[in-house]
Design a protein around this ligand. Structure first.
Ligand code: SAH
Length: 492
């Protein structure tokens, strides 16, 4: 397997470890995939992580860093490709920090994501029997995103460029034709770059805090076809903005580029409905400032998930893959098995997407979310969609829910609780209160299988039973996977 097979030293536990040095080149069979999709090869018990290498590849690598039991290596050459290796759609896929798995067939990505969930539930959750249902993959795993934030800057030759940051850096990999963004972005980005060149509008530099245009933000309502273009600028106004509006409104966002129409049914129905500026004059990593200046149309677009309409501004949180979100929420609703008379608590509710989905079938839904603006959006979404049975609370779920429980003198009950936390999962204080509320069902939606497994272990130690588990791919070509879990309270 490796060129240095007999070169070992001995670890404290007596196990022989190969001696590898930084800069050394070896060949390696990739046997597995790590949490972010990186390749894993083993050399007599020593583990090497190789970004961009794929399970099944035989590769030549250069050692970058060594620790006692594991190390990191850089992919130099694929000697024999894995049966799952495919040519990435983007030429810059390896350099770009956006996708980690474009070199892996989509079919294998799904197999790996499902395995990642199962492994975490077994290893961290301690579950032996896992009632897993097949992962929900995308029908069309390209051009699926509805939101993009492209940094603007200069290349080494001083040419104006836009694209994405390289992994872990802020150097821009130029690309106006990203394979996972909506196809209309291509024409929009080219139009903005051409406008900036014609009118000598400068790009912002993080180093010197000078220059004007920081990012180009686009959002697409996949169901409505409404498109928003927002320039984030380090200033109060954009010179010749009327010319930008004119060129954007006449740019061919409904082009007939090969593959575009076929991959996205609504590619032909897109229309720019909103052009605006977002003012960010701070020296910060944060992309958006708070102030929005309209240049054309409203400062929001609308989109639908199922029968519910959402209003989306440059600052609103909105799921980036609405087709998969619809599948995910439909599954959550199915696991909740609502009959119409239930009281539901939706924790970490964001702008109320899951809450309103459930409010269609429940007597009452209470949503809890930490970001006040998101709660304003949630209330607004509820009102405009005609819901009168949804109530929203602002604050940390681990504070709000225990407070409400205390306030009720321990009488607060829920029939169903849905939980959709950020990656770090839930505070135990929250889970304890959820158990005290004695919901018949808990539906846990998670973006991190490891913290999901930890939280499920707690809930299943407190009288709940794992009933259904299903992974869903919201972010094709990335290492992320979403999971929905249905728990049932065991009869005492
Ligand atoms: N359920 C929503 C949002 C899920 S994302 C949807 O599907 O669209 C997770 C949400 O949890 C974010 O909106 C984030 O702002 C919120 N959040 C993070 N920490 C929180 C906390 N401690 N308490 C309540 N909400 C929190």
């Amino acid at each position: 397997m490796a060129s240095n097979k007999n070169n070992h030293d001995t670890c404290s536990d007596g196990q022989k470890m190969p001696q590898l040095e930084k800069g050394q080149e070896i060949s390696l069979k990739i046997e597995d995939m790590g949490t972010d999709g990186e390749g894993i090869g083993r050399l007599d018990g020593y583990t090497l992580f190789v970004k961009d290498a794929l399970e099944g590849d035989l590769v030549r690598v250069k050692i970058l860093k060594t620790k006692k039991r594991y190390g990191y290596a850089r992919l130099l050459e694929v000697i024999e490709p894995s049966p799952w290796r495919v040519t990435p759609k983007c030429d810059c896929a390896r350099a770009c920090g956006g996708c980690q798995l474009q070199h892996c067939s989509y079919e294998k990505q799904l197999i790996w994501k499902e395995k990642k969930v199962r492994d975490c539930l077994q290893r961290i959750g301690g579950f032996a029997e896992i009632p897993m249902e097949p992962i929900m993959g995308m029908d069309k795993p390209y051009h699926y995103r509805n939101k993009a934030q492209f940094p603007v800057g200069y290349d080494k030759e001083g040419n104006l460029v836009t694209g994405f940051y390289a992994g872990r850096t802020h150097s821009i990999i130029p690309n106006t034709d990203c394979a996972i963004q909506h196809p209309c972005n291509h024409a929009i980005l080219e139009t903005v770059l051409s406008f900036m060149k014609t009118y000598h509008i400068t790009a912002y530099s993080e180093k010197t805090h000078t220059g004007l245009v920081r990012h180009i933000l686009t959002r697409v309502g996949k169901y409505t076809g409404e498109v928003m273009v927002c320039l984030i600028i380090n200033g109060n106004k954009l010179p010749h903005s009327e010319k930008l509006v004119e060129s954007l409104l006449s740019c061919p966002i409904n082009g007939t580029e090969e593959g575009g129409a076929e991959e996205n049914v609504l590619y032909d129905n897109c229309q720019i409905k909103s052009i605006c500026l977002n003012i960010n004059q701070e020296k910060t990593n944060r992309i958006l400032g708070n102030k929005i200046v309209p240049l054309y149309g409203q400062t929001y677009i609308e989109d639908k998930i199922g029968d519910i309409t959402y209003r989306i501004s440059p600052l609103s949180f909105y799921q980036v893959n609405p087709e998969q979100t619809h599948k995910l929420y439909t599954t959550a609703l199915e696991y909740a098995d609502l009959q119409g008379d239930e009281v539901v608590w939706d924790l970490y509710c964001g702008i109320g997407t899951i809450s309103l989905f459930l409010a269609q079938k429940a007597a009452k839904v209470c949503g809890v979310e930490i970001v006040p603006q998101a709660i304003e959006d949630a209330r607004d979404n509820a009102r405009r969609n005609g819901f009168t049975n949804a109530e929203f609370f602002v604050g940390a779920a681990e504070d709000v829910v225990p407070e409400q429980y205390e306030k009720s003198g321990g009488a607060l009950r829920a029939d169903v609780v849905t939980i959709d936390p950020p990656r770090k999962g839930c505070d135990e204080k929250l889970l304890r209160t959820v158990v005290q509320m004695e919901p018949e069902k808990i539906v846990y939606v998670s973006c991190d299988p490891a913290t999901l497994a930890r939280d499920l272990k707690y809930l299943c130690g407190e009288g709940y039973e794992l009933k259904r588990v299903r992974a869903c791919d919201m972010f094709g070509h990335s290492g992320h996977v979403e999971t929905v879990v249905g728990l049932q309270r065991k009869s005492m």
